[in-house]
Ligand binder design. Structure first.
Ligand code: UT7
Length: 331
C-alpha cells in the first residue's frame, strides 16, 4: 500500500524582528502583558518588498535540498495561505513560477491556521491514490500587512506574525512509516469570530473608502471565544486521530500544536495529560504565523534531531472558520 511521508523540510521568516517593546511604541501594550497572556517574546514582520510567495519559495528550496530533489522533480504544489499576495490567483502559482516549473499543478488552501493540515490531507490522498508521487506542501502567511496596529487592534496585533514553512511529501511503500490518519472539521457558525470582512465579492467594488475607514479590511478576532473553542477542539481532534490508529496520548512521541497562544498549548497539553517532553512550542520566537506554524514547528524539530524513525508525531490546529484538525504521522 502506498503512503506519503515527509522527506524534507524548510522554513523562512523575514529578517526583521519585532519585539514586544517595539509593539509598545506603536500601541498601548507592554512586554509583561504580552508574555503573561500569550507567551510571545518576539516575532518577525516583513519589510516592504518581501512577499508571502517569496518566503514560501525560500522554505520550499530548503525542503527540496533536504529531500535531495530539484524543483523539476515536483508533481504538484499545495499552498496553504489565508493572506495571498493577491486576491487572485493564489500563491501556489507564484511559487511554481518562482521555482521555474511551469505546468506543475498548484492548489491553494484557505483554511487559515488549520490550512497546512488540510493541505497535508489533500496531498496525502493524492499520493495514496497514485495521482502524484512528490508534492510540495507549503504554509505561508503575511499577517503584518493586514492588522490594525493601533491600541484598538492590540489583542490581534501582538499575536499574529509572518513566516513560511514547507515539506516535501513523497510516496513510500514502507508499511511502518508515513501519514497514518487525519481528522478534519469546520463549523461556519463562527465565521465572523476570526475573519477579514473585506475586500469581498459580495460588495460592489469589493471595498470602499468607507469600509477602509471602518477598518473592515483588518483581521478581526473575538479572542475569548476563539480561545474557548481552541482548547476544546484541539484535544478532541487529537483523541479522534489517535482513536483511528488505535493509540492513546501516552503513545505520542511529540505533539506539535498550532501556535496561537502558549496558554492554549499548555491547556491542550494538560487536557491530554502529556509530559513537557511530549510537546514542542516555539511561539516565544515567532508569534502566531497561521498556516506556517505547523511546518515551522516540523522544520525546527527536524533540525534539532527531535524525530527518529518510528516516532509518533501528532499535529493539531484550530482557527478561522472555525476549522480545525489533526494529523498522525509515523516518522
Ligand atoms: O490562530 C488561531 C486563533 N487564535 C487564537 O487562538 C487566539 C485566542 N485568543 C487569545 O489568545 C486571547 O484571547 C488574547 C491573547 C487574544 C487576548 O487575551 P485575553 O486574556 O482574552 O484578553 P482580552 O481580549 O479579554 O482583554 C483583557 C484585557 C482588556 O482590558 P480590560 O477591558 O479588562 O480593561 C483588553 O483591553 O486586556 C486588554 N488587552 C491588552 N492589554 C495590553 C487586550 N490586548 C492587550 C494588549 N496589551 N495587547
Amino acid at each position: 500500500m502506498t503512503r506519503s511521508r515527509i522527506t524534507g523540510t524548510g522554513m523562512a521568516v523575514p529578517a526583521r524582528v519585532v519585539t514586544n517593546d517595539d509593539l509598545a511604541q506603536m500601541m498601548d501594550t507592554s512586554d509583561e502583558w504580552i508574555r503573561q497572556r500569550t507567551g510571545i517574546g518576539e516575532r518577525h514582520w516583513i519589510t516592504e518588498g518581501e512577499t508571502g510567495s517569496g518566503l514560501a519559495e525560500k522554505a520550499a528550496r530548503q525542503a527540496l535540498a533536504a529531500a535531495e530533489l530539484l524543483p523539476a522533480n515536483l508533481d504538484a504544489i499545495v499552498c496553504a495561505t489565508s493572506s495571498p499576495d493577491h486576491f487572485i490567483p493564489g500563491n501556489g502559482v507564484f511559487i511554481g513560477r518562482q521555482l521555474g516549473i511551469p505546468g506543475v499543478p498548484a492548489l491553494d488552501v484557505r483554511q487559515a491556521c488549520s490550512g497546512f493540515i488540510y493541505g497535508l490531507a489533500v496531498a496525502d490522498a493524492w499520493i495514496r491514490t497514485g495521482l502524484y508521487r512528490r508534492i510540495l506542501v507549503v504554509g505561508t502567511e503575511l499577517q503584518s500587512t493586514g492588522m490594525d496596529i493601533s491600541t484598538e487592534g492590540r489583542h490581534v496585533a501582538v499575536i499574529f506574525a509572518d513566516g513560511a514553512g514547507a515539506v516535501i511529501l513523497e510516496a513510500t511503500e514502507d508499511e511502518d512509516r508515513g501519514f497514518e490518519a487525519f481528522d478534519l472539521h469546520s463549523d461556519g457558525t463562527y465565521a465572523e469570530m476570526l475573519w477579514v470582512d473585506a475586500p469581498g465579492s459580495r460588495y460592489k467594488g469589493r471595498i470602499t473608502p468607507e469600509m477602509l475607514e471602518a477598518g473592515r479590511h483588518f483581521l478581526v478576532m473575538d479572542g475569548k471565544e476563539v480561545f474557548r473553542h481552541a482548547v476544546t477542539r484541539m484535544p478532541e481532534s487529537v483523541m479522534t486521530v489517535l482513536g483511528k490508529i488505535g493509540k492513546t496520548p501516552a503513545d505520542i512521541t511529540l505533539l506539535l500544536p498550532h501556535q496561537a497562544n502558549l496558554r492554549i498549548s499548555e491547556m491542550v497539553q494538560k487536557g491530554l495529560r502529556l509530559r513537557d517532553d511530549q510537546v514542542y512550542n516555539n511561539i516565544q520566537r515567532y508569534g502566531n504565523t497561521t498556516a506556517a506554524t505547523i511546518p515551522i514547528l516540523l522544520h525546527e524539530c527536524v533540525e534539532a534531531g527531535r524525530f527518529k524513525r518510528g516516532d509518533l508525531v501528532v499535529m493539531t490546529a484550530f482557527g478561522s472558520g472555525f476549522s480545525w484538525g489533526s494529523a498522525a504521522l509515523r516518522w
